[in-house]
Design a protein around this ligand. Structure first.
Ligand SMILES: [Zn+2]
Length: 315
């Protein structure tokens, strides 16, 4: 008993003389990301969130970043080459996401071409390139009396089907919108872009042209008078139509300087980037500022991107 008491006293004395734990060293401030790195991570997140199950991962190797697709393709994010897109060059992913898409009204001819440069490497990896391969994934959307083929692989079919459920009520409520929408002049069509040697987005089954109008494509316009009509048509175009399409992941060709007013294409990565990343983060804010940080799936992607893209620096 006495022995136990001594031990207890000794223990207490020790406890009293124990030095307080030193304050933990403050975590070193992470090096702030460059504007380029912020944009890179935002682009990759927009791709992964835009094509769930399609764009599955990202890797850094030396000075190159590769985006990985479901079929195992490794797509160069940025080849660092300066390009002139009026000649026939293959864009990299960074090129195709560089011009930010924008929401809201258009008062006339756009001064930018958001989404006009197409991510051919990505589209081929996601949807395939051969006609038969793409045709396998088409499903019919009921479009106000027409049955239109859309690609069901990564969301385009579902997106157009959902948009139809809102375009119908819009046309009933405001009949002036009808001649802008229906009949559609086509969705899937395995062909080249008019005046070029590259596949049209219609070839992948992810684009729809609404009702044809001869003033809708910049290449068809040859006089100032025609140009004035074409631009007036864009200015008059009912906002509610493209707002519905944008809500479901389509971008509108009326917002291109090289306008294609009749045309919509499914580019969920561009809609994602425009929705959440239209502004640069503040100095102390993380690169993903703008997204819903309570969305666990999204935050898991953020974590994966940081894990894969962090460059280990030795002090
Ligand atoms: Zn089109």
């Amino acid at each position: 008993m006495k022995k136990l008491l001594l031990i207890l006293i000794a223990g207490l004395l020790t406890a009293c003389t124990v030095k307080p734990e030193p304050e933990p060293e403050p975590e070193p401030e992470p090096t702030p990301l460059s504007a380029y790195e912020i944009n890179l991570r935002r682009d990759v997140l927009s791709l992964m969130a835009g094509y769930p199950g399609g764009v599955v991962d990202v890797e850094r190797e030396g000075d190159r970043v590769y985006v990985i697709t479901e079929n195992g393709s490794r797509l160069v994010y940025d080849d660092f080459e300066v390009k002139d897109f009026e000649t026939d060059v293959l864009p990299d992913l960074q090129d195709t996401m560089d011009v930010l898409y924008y929401f809201g009204g258009v008062t006339g001819r756009s001064t930018t071409d958001p989404g006009r440069i197409k991510p051919y490497t990505l589209l081929d990896a996601l949807y395939g390139h051969e006609k038969a391969e793409i045709a396998d994934d088409l499903q019919k959307v009921a479009f106000f009396g027409q049955n239109l083929n859309m690609n069901a692989k990564y969301g385009a079919y579902e997106a157009l089907s959902a948009a139809v459920t809102e375009l119908g009520p819009l046309m009933s409520a405001d009949t002036t919108t009808v001649p802008y929408i229906t009949p559609s002049s086509g969705t899937w069509n395995y062909r080249l872009i008019s005046g070029t040697t590259v596949l049209s987005l219609h070839a992948y089954g992810i684009a729809i042209d609404f009702k044809f109008n001869s003033y809708d494509y910049w290449r068809w316009i040859s006089t100032d008078q025609q140009e004035a009509i074409a631009i007036q048509r864009i200015a008059d175009y009912p906002d509610a139509i493209y707002a519905i399409m944008e809500k479901y992941g389509f971008i509108w060709g009326g917002k291109w300087m090289h306008y294609d007013t009749v045309h919509y294409e499914y580019r969920p990565e561009l809609i994602f980037k425009a929705t959440y990343f239209s502004e640069a983060p503040g100095e102390k804010e993380p690169w993903y500022t703008g997204i819903d940080e309570t969305d666990e799936e999204l935050m898991a992607l953020v974590e994966r991107i940081d894990e894969q893209l962090t460059v280990e620096t030795t002090p």
